[in-house]
Design a protein around this ligand. Sequence first.
Ligand SMILES: Cc1cc2nc3c(=O)[nH]c(=O)nc-3n(C[C@H](O)[C@H](O)[C@H](O)COP(=O)(O)OP(=O)(O)OC[C@H]3O[C@@H](n4cnc5c(N)ncnc54)[C@H](O)[C@@H]3O)c2cc1C
Length: 553
Amino acid sequence: MQTWDVVTDFISIGSGGGGMVGALAARAHGLDSMVLEKREVIGGSTAKSGGVMWIPNNPLMGPAGVHDSYEDAMAYFDDVVGDVGPASSYERRHAFVTHGPQMVSFLQQEGVRFVRCEGWSDYYPDAKGGCVRGRSIEGRLWNGKVLGPWLDKVQHGNMWDRTHLAAYAGEIATLQNQDRSLRNRLIAARARARTKLALRRGRLPVTTGWSFIGQMLFRAIQRDIPAWTDSPLRDLVVEGDRVAGVVVEREGRDVRVRARKGVLFAAGGFAHNLEMRTKYLDPMAVTDYSMANPGDTGEVIELAIRCGAAIDLIDEAVWTPTSVVDGTPLGDWNRQRPGTIIVAADGQRFCNEANSYVEVVKAMLDRNRVTRAVPSWLIFDDGFRRRNVAPGIIPAQSSAGSAMYQAENLDDLAELCDIDPEGLRAQVDRFNQNARVGRDPEFGKGENAYNRYLGDPKVKPNNCLAPIEAPPFYAAPLYPGDVGTCGGILTDEHARVLNTAGEVMEGLYATGNCTASVMGRKYLGAGASIANSSVFGYVAARHASGAGEPQQG
Ligand SMILES: Cc1cc2nc3c(=O)[nH]c(=O)nc-3n(C[C@H](O)[C@H](O)[C@H](O)COP(=O)(O)OP(=O)(O)OC[C@H]3O[C@@H](n4cnc5c(N)ncnc54)[C@H](O)[C@@H]3O)c2cc1C
């Protein structure tokens, strides 16, 4: 006979997107729910992040005149993801595409407000079913102060910590090019004005993932959903064939919490677990280059494996090319822009620099198996450096004295960075000849809508291409960074955990970065990760509550 300290229906382990959506949805479907978070703050990488979610056919698209459909979304999955096994089975894609829009509507009913990321194209816009105006949304500007004492218990957003600007993630491309058109100037001015106005009114203007998590936490408090911080999961309690509850550490002692309807693992990946990284990931991609929250340590995946769960796609991460400035890893936003290329130590390019961050790092790691490509080098000239007014990017790197090399000619630059000088000279010559006429026959930089979204609006005919020709020349090292790992526990279309025999582990659900993603080995659009986590958190809660299938939207 088990003894319990606390009894509830549905427990979310982890307070990122999946855990919070799961707890809210469970409560709305009539269950008692709670959130257990091991860190001192709520929100995980989701709160730290841009907070963008890639939700096909979402309810904000129609009113904005953006066409989408279930069929297009499924065609896009088929064309881009292809067959990668059970994590992205037809049933799981169907669940994601049908529940995604319903989850957004549900959150809106709960008071969570979103805006569209207009123009943030799908990352494979030319694939069947691709959407050029984009399927991504993010949390709307929100006053964090309404959280009262809970405000200090929320993980800060990265954007705010770095810029103190209440900008939307969907404005980053514009802010990068803020001096490049009147429209961009106005958008940048609007971001500064909204920040100032809110602060003057005594508000805390919260955007990005901080807004998404803050809004959900606010609702959870209103709905009396307990959210325990400093409460790491230690073990599962199994009764017969069913997960019946958890053991959690709280204030130095073990607390046994019963979950009558289900336990949801939403505990993120293992980006900061060196042992797991060594076992599962490319050895060149080390912990130091990860921007994931410090709680991303993988012990919940290890617990699931010990309990018999199957795993898949565990070598995957949400990769992003990363600069390290004063010891801090930062995502690079310059490679898409005109006048930059990325080369390996042989001086040669190896990818379309303006493709998705995940694709670029995968290409870097692949290339590194042939020739030294870690670090790779972002090469640019003085014209590019001067055009770069965006704070915190290139000028800050040089002023912070971080590793950025400068030389009067390409040969000297190559020598400084241990790059093959002939290779670099030949590559830059070749690139320049084509860039002058707006072409990139080698890799097609600037030739799709996603590339162009991040380019410089003033540069024509190809807004991602300009020759690299005005000395001095520069090289900045780029590393295979990540914002989290995204493979692990295998789940079915109801987010139920499967064991190594392919059977359902009753009472146990999982979502997000501790699972093998429905996106397979591709990153389909901005927000593919938080979408995967949040949608399957919603799916799990509905299933645990016995709710039926949603109508196809
Ligand atoms: C700077 C940055 C920008 C990003 N921008 C985007 C973006 O715009 N869109 C997007 O889709 N992705 C983005 N990402 C990636 C994205 O944030 C993550 O992949 C995603 O949030 C993972 O969600 P999750 O719910 O799986 O985990 P998380 O949000 O990380 O939540 C997991 C939580 O579980 C907790 N936990 C771990 N172990 C335990 C335990 N034993 N007991 C209890 N709790 C535990 C963790 O502390 C953590 O709080 C970004 C990431 C970063 C760092």
